[in-house]
Design a protein around this ligand. Structure first.
Ligand code: ZN
Length: 79
């Protein structure tokens, strides 16, 4: 798991999802990116106000960090 980017999903309640670091390249190339929970986002979502964290994204990130302490340390250094 590389550095994470936050992305907002607008709706009745705004939700903040997480994109893995390599998804930024995907966004630049294809014009859309997929959050770690599976949701697809357009570039405009990156500029929208952030809402409450997506529970699914948080679970995926927590699981990845638990399984890979080295990645956790890398993420902490970038924070
Ligand atoms: Zn999510």
């Amino acid at each position: 798991m590389d550095a994470l980017t936050q992305v907002a999903e607008q709706g009745a309640v705004p939700v903040t999802h997480y994109l893995a670091g390599d998804r930024n390249a995907e966004l630049a190339e294809t014009g859309r990116a997929q959050a770690v929970c599976g949701r697809i986002f357009l570039p405009a979502a990156l500029a929208a106000p952030l809402g409450r964290p997506c529970p699914l994204c948080e679970a995926v990130v927590a699981l990845a960090l638990a399984q890979d302490p080295a990645a956790s340390a890398a993420a902490a250094r970038r924070a």
